[in-house]
Design a binder for this molecule. Structure first.
Ligand SMILES: Cc1cc2nc3c(=O)[nH]c(=O)nc-3n(C[C@H](O)[C@H](O)[C@H](O)COP(=O)(O)OP(=O)(O)OC[C@H]3O[C@@H](n4cnc5c(N)ncnc54)[C@H](O)[C@@H]3O)c2cc1C
Length: 461
């Protein structure tokens, strides 16, 4: 027999649970379907465990550098990987349990555990149960891409999920993919004591960023002894004895490297292939992302897609913001559009990269005059005091509107300090007004007014 609800939410990631809460508070009877751990990627295999590992790696790094600060440790630093792993597992398990308890005790919400499959535009099957609702919200996220590379099926490899199970430090970790996820793991494991090589097909690390940012990121990682192989064409794998032989065919350097473990970090793909979306008539783009309009509705009335699966964002905060947009439009009589979002994000290496808005390449591509200002972290008192002076900050602005177009802060505290600029862009504050802000000393943010005062005309392409 079909069970009828006012709404069905598929996926307990970063949008689904909060949306379920809003819908139930508004009086709706909601079915929430989750097939795996509650909290989704961020909580279980993404942000939370990785940032917990980043914290352990930072502790190891600082301990090794103790003497620079006059703190002398008599023993060499030793990593207890079981403790490292169990710490990360505890943080994620607590959070996942919190989400699960919240949903299971939510008045008006019925939790179904299993894989959801559309039977029609208003019907979803979970195991033996058939559910129906006039509104269906898809929040199914994504998973690591396993690329079609020669020899990959002959070796065992790690992904962002399976690497979290490691209770040992790999002798030589070869990270395939030099972007956000790959670089975080590369530095984490280097700081745990592994030899690490990052293999990137493109000519630059974090290729989406400007070359000055990408070069500085490379410099930071190489200073820690991470080997970087860019322009690695024709990546291939073969069993070594022991380990894995990774063919890289780079422009320079050895054509093959021998690693003990391989981590795949070459991107994500949406979990849309086994949802039965064809039965509901929901349109996908060629990469499998669910196509949505500005209010995140699919081509089928009554079906929305939120989070990573709609291809409009790839972060926890963009998924959560999707929930806010849908809730505002449906329940608050507001008109929110996904394209109004000012995108900010961070690369959580140490020091981190905080980013907001356009890159310089994107600003240049407009073909309009623009202003730019750049300051090294050596000019930031707080960075000097902490002896963490690598990196720089850069801001770009429009001379006619006086709006800030984008910024990058690569340096200690960059992931936090970027929010001053993110808020200014959101509030559409002209950059010259910020010069009258009186920032707290000594902070990284205190250099932002100085940075803005230094805006100079730059030449557009
Ligand atoms: C290693 C790593 C580090 C990251 N670090 C950061 C970071 O620091 N900051 C940041 O902002 N983002 C980070 N991200 C990205 C972030 O994790 C994702 O953007 C975010 O989790 C997306 O949320 P979501 O709600 O769209 O989907 P998800 O969190 O993936 O949730 C989707 C849920 O749907 C469930 N599901 C899927 N299919 C079905 C089905 N058919 N039936 C029932 N349930 C289903 C899944 O089990 C899952 O629980 C990281 C990602 C990775 C992999």
């Amino acid at each position: 027999m079909t069970q009828t609800f006012d709404a069905i939410v598929i996926g307990a990631g970063q949008a689904g649970p909060s949306l379920t809460s809003r819908l139930t508070v508004s009086g709706m009877k909601v079915a929430l379907i989750e097939r795996d751990k509650f909290g989704g990627t961020c909580v279980n295999t993404g942000c939370m465990p990785t940032k917990t590992l980043v914290a352990s790696a930072h502790a190891a790094h600082l301990a090794r550098r103790g003497a620079d600060y006059g703190v002398v440790l008599d023993q060499p630093v030793r990593i207890d990987m079981r403790k490292v792993r169990s710490r990360a597992a505890t943080v994620t398990a607590n959070s996942s349990k919190g989400v699960e308890n919240w949903l299971r005790n939510m008045k008006g919400c019925t939790v179904f555990q299993g894989s959801a499959h559309f039977e029609g535009p208003k019907e979803v099957r979970v195991g033996e149960e058939l559910l129906s609702a006039p509104r269906i919200f898809i929040n199914v996220g994504g998973r690591a891409i396993v690329p079609d590379l020669p020899g990959l099926n002959e070796i065992s490899y790690l992904t962002n999920s399976s690497i979290l199970e490691l209770e040992r430090v790999p002798e030589h970790l070869v990270v395939i993919g030099g972007s956000y996820i790959g670089l975080e793991f590369a530095q984490i494991y280097r700081r745990f004591g592994a030899e690490v090589t990052v293999v990137e097909m493109g000519p630059k690390l974090v290729g989406r960023e400007d070359p000055d940012v990408s070069d500085a990121v490379r410099d930071i990682l190489e200073r820690e002894g991470i080997h970087i192989r860019t322009s690695a064409e024709c990546i291939r794998f073969a069993k070594g004895s022991p380990g894995v032989r990774v063919g890289v065919d780079c422009m320079q350097g050895e054509p093959e490297i021998l690693g003990s473990d391989v981590l795949l970090a070459v991107g994500r793909r949406p979990n849309t292939d086994d949802l039965g979306l064809d039965r509901a008539g929901v349109a996908l783009d060629p990469r499998g992302y669910i196509m949505v309009d500005e209010s995140l509705q699919t081509n089928i009335t009554g079906i929305w897609a939120l989070g990573d699966c709609n291809g409009r964002g790839a972060f926890t905060h963009t998924s959560y913001n999707d929930y806010e947009i849908v809730a505002a439009n449906l329940l608050d009589g507001d008109k929110r559009h996904v394209s109004d979002r000012v995108l900010g994000y961070a690369l959580f290496i140490d020091p981190p990269l905080g980013r907001v808005g356009m890159t310089e390449a994107q600003v240049r591509a407009r073909g309009l005059p623009y202003l730019s200002s750049n300051r090294p972290m050596t000019r930031v008192g707080r960075a000097v005091e902490k002896d963490e002076i690598l990196g720089f900050m850069k801001v770009l602005a429009d001379p006619s509107t006086k709006q800030i177009l984008g910024a990058s802060i690569l340096g200690t505290g960059g992931d936090e300090a970027i929010h001053g600029i993110l808020d200014a862009i959101n509030a559409k504050t002209p950059y010259d007004q910020l010069r009258w802000a009186v920032p707290i000393h000594p902070t990284v943010s205190e250099l932002i007014p100085t940075l803005l005062l230094g805006l100079q005309p730059a030449s557009a392409a």
